[in-house]
Design a protein around this ligand. Structure first.
Ligand code: ADP
Length: 328
């Protein structure tokens, strides 16, 4: 039987993450390899509604594997949340002869994709692009490894200052609901404590741990704090709290912010993006739909998008234990 898919589209949507370009490249090149047409959709669902489509061939994605952000641009699109907006998007896809698409984005983008699939039946496969690593159905999301390395590099630099001046630094990293970046960065950068949303260690334990650090002869300390940590205090309030209760400490705060989202993707993210892109196109050509590509035990796997959106990733308890042991 002849493959019914002749034209496939790719878009990036929601928050950007390093590795999105590498995934776009992989999708476009796989289409070229399989000899099917590929359309790039610019500006996420907004571009889908407006018909902002450009035909891409294998050469359209030269020299982007190493670039952060997304050359297709991303957008948050309120209109796509409405049935009228999605109807417009469907009309645009049909007019352009697009049979199916790959969306690279986070859980919001997947929610939109799933509703769209149920309404119009256009096959879609998702590639999880977010630095938070909080998507069910994959051990790694695209961009997490790069963000983690950026954070570790930043903390290494902060440590130079901390140890020169015998200071305590609270370093706030991204993660409103999940502490994957914080926990992994804490272990990799040798933090004294790591505060994450998944567990409330309590302020008493923080003070005890800092007292112990001082006693054991450590001249500087780094505490990594996820944005959504559960102490009930933000980093600046934590600084005040510790200065009040442990005046021996000279405390500083560093909020890493958006540097965590940018930058050239690591080799790990580039390889992951390439594998996910190939798997996404191959899955569509096999007639699969409404699924997300993930990596589990180094194998490419598919998870229903609805499960990916609803499920939650769990914090690695073994890594919490390792972190506790390392802070002795
Ligand atoms: P992310 O994909 O990074 O989680 P958002 O949550 O902003 O980012 O979602 C990206 C876009 O996906 C939104 O701007 C919107 O166009 C679309 N979207 C999100 N949730 C829904 C929904 N429930 N219904 C339809 N579209 C949605």
């Amino acid at each position: 039987m002849q493959n019914p898919i002749k034209k496939l589209a790719v878009l990036t949507s929601g928050g950007d993450s390093p590795g999105m370009n590498a995934a776009v490249r992989a999708v476009v090149r796989t289409c070229a390899f399989m000899e099917i047409e590929c359309m790039a959709i610019y500006r996420g669902y907004e571009g889908m509604i407006e018909g902002d489509f450009v035909p891409f061939n294998a050469r359209s994605v030269n020299n982007i594997i190493n670039k952060g952000g997304t050359i297709l641009k991303s957008a948050r699109c309120e209109e796509f949340r409405t049935p009228e907006g999605r109807q417009k998007a469907y009309d645009q896809l049909k007019a352009a002869g697009i049979d199916c698409f790959v969306v690279i984005g986070g859980d919001g983008s997947f929610r939109g994709a799933s509703i769209f699939y149920k309404e119009f039946g256009i096959p879609v496969i998702g590639i999880p692009g977010t630095i938070d690593n909080d998507i069910f159905g994959t051990q790694f999301t695209l961009g997490f490894d790069t963000a983690l390395n950026t954070v570790v590099e930043a903390i290494d630099k902060i440590r130079d200052t901390a140890s020169s001046h015998s200071r305590l630094f609270f370093v706030e990293v991204m993660g409103r609901d999940v502490g994957h970046i914080a926990l992994n960065a804490g272990v990799a950068a040798g933090a004294e404590e790591t505060l994450i949303p998944e567990q409330n260690l309590g302020l008493e334990r923080l003070l005890d741990s800092l007292k112990r650090s001082k006693k054991s002869g450590k001249s500087s300390s780094i505490v990594v704090v996820a944005e959504g940590d559960k102490t009930g205090k933000n980093v600046f309030e934590l600084k005040e709290y510790v200065e009040k209760n442990l005046p021996i400490y000279d405390v500083r705060v560093s909020v890493l912010g958006h540097i965590q989202r940018g930058g050239s993707p690591t080799a790990f993210d580039r390889v992951l993006a390439s594998r996910m892109g190939v798997k996404a196109v191959e899955s569509l050509l096999e007639g699969k739909a409404n699924l997300m590509v993930g990596i589990v035990a180094n194998e490419m796997v598919l998870t229903p998008i609805d499960d990916a959106v609803k499920g939650h990733t769990k914090i690695d308890r073994e890594l919490i234990r390792v972190s506790d042991i390392m802070t002795i």
